[in-house]
Design a protein around this ligand. Structure first.
Ligand SMILES: NC(=O)c1ccc[n+]([C@@H]2O[C@H](COP(=O)([O-])OP(=O)(O)OC[C@H]3O[C@@H](n4cnc5c(N)ncnc54)[C@H](OP(=O)(O)O)[C@@H]3O)[C@@H](O)[C@H]2O)c1
Length: 333
């Protein structure tokens, strides 16, 4: 009987993630059920939000359980299909998980241009690119000349948010965890300034980098960076709550804001959380716009790539530890 390999969650982490929380298994290859498509995975992406899922703090993802295939979005070639919508050889994007061969419901798949690189389908046109697009344009709504600050700015969502804001004519400051990342932001991706939040004088540097204060703060991290931004918001500023990666890699954090309400009231700041799925009926519009920006050279994407299924657990650990830049992708092809 034919077999294939997959990565399962061996145990649900209750502290920092380690590769040992996962295990590679060799299992009999699945059959394709009615309405399903058998997908040979070429690549999949890993996002920081998946750690929130494993922590149990992403309510939309349900409670994490051990013994199941690690979830995730992959780019795949159709090997067999029991759906009229797909045929062998089609290139698709969908919830393959960390699995070399997955039987996926046809309704969860999207056919894509096989000639384009996996990194575009999984990054810019994937969940993280869509998150950057809708979060910035619909929630943050910065105007030309306004000051936008982005945390985890060299990460997948962050590096796209910053470039989208630059397109709109904003002054963009990135916050990232190393001098190398700050150099990429200002030297390659067009950010106006970048601040290393691990520097001993971070708060001073942060204030110096935001002389006109902040109109839109994009929060990927929560924690100390959010606290710094809260004190620098302009009147009628917006805080886009996208995620809280500073609180993901451990036990479920205690809930409850402390000094936040007063800071929001005084400057009449709007702080709004969102989940990208809210905009699902507009994804095509966003992908079309972003494709034009790439073609026009207005937006560049960055990826950190790993090879082989067995590299995925380490890739996930590296992502959380700040060792990746841009979108993290594991290639199986
Ligand atoms: N709302 C939505 O619908 C939605 C959808 C997708 C993603 N998200 C959220 O978007 C955020 C970014 O996700 P991503 O997939 O693009 O990940 P990412 O930014 O590519 O990777 C996460 C980065 O966070 C930084 N980080 C780690 N620990 C930190 C800490 N304690 N303080 C500050 N920064 C820290 C690291 O970079 P450094 O080197 O800079 O530390 C790391 O590389 C996450 O919060 C995720 O949950 C939300």
């Amino acid at each position: 009987m034919a077999s294939h390999r997959r990565v399962i969650i061996a145990s649900v982490p209750d502290g920092p993630l380690e590769p040992g929380h996962f295990a590679v298994q060799s299992v009999p290859s699945p059959d394709c059920g009615e309405g399903e498509v058998l997908c040979r995975t070429q690549a999949f992406t890993i996002g920081a939000g998946q750690r929130a899922g494993l922590q149990g703090s992403a309510s939309y993802a349900g409670a994490p359980v051990a013994g199941v295939v690690m979830g995730g979005t992959g780019l795949a070639v159709v090997e067999a299909s029991k759906s009229p919508d797909f045929k062998p050889g089609d290139v698709v994007v969908g919830p393959t998980g960390w699995d070399e061969l997955a039987a996926v419901k046809a309704s969860a798949l999207r056919r894509v241009d096989g000639a384009a690189d996996a990194s575009l389908h999984l990054g810019l046109y994937g969940t993280n690119g869509l998150t950057a697009y809708f979060g910035l344009h619909e929630i943050g709504r910065p105007e030309r000349g306004q000051a936008v600050v982005v945390s985890a700015a060299a990460g997948s969502v962050g590096h796209m948010v910053g470039q989208f804001a630059k397109r709109l004519g904003c002054r963009v400051v990135g916050v990232a965890g190393s001098a190398e990342k700050c150099g990429v932001l200002t030297g390659e991706l067009g950010f106006d300034a970048a601040v290393n939040y691990k520097a001993h004088d971070f708060r001073d540097q942060f204030r110096a980098a935001t002389p006109d204060r902040i109109d839109v703060y994009w929060d990927n991290t929560g924690g100390a960076i959010l606290e710094s931004a809260l004190f620098c918001m302009n009147t009628f500023g917006r805080i886009v709550c996208c995620g809280a990666v500073s609180a993901y890699d451990g036990a479920k954090p205690a809930a409850g804001p402390r000094g936040v309400p007063g800071l929001l009231v005084n400057n009449q700041v709007r702080m709004e959380g969102f989940i990208v799925y809210r905009f699902a009926d507009r994804y095509d519009e966003a992908r079309k716009a972003m494709a034009q920006w790439v073609a026009a050279g207005e937006v560049q994407t960055r990826t950190t790539e790993y090879r082989g299924l067995e590299s995925a657990p380490q890739a996930f650990v590296d992502l959380l530890a700040g060792r990746t830049i841009g979108t993290t992708i594991v290639r199986l092809d």
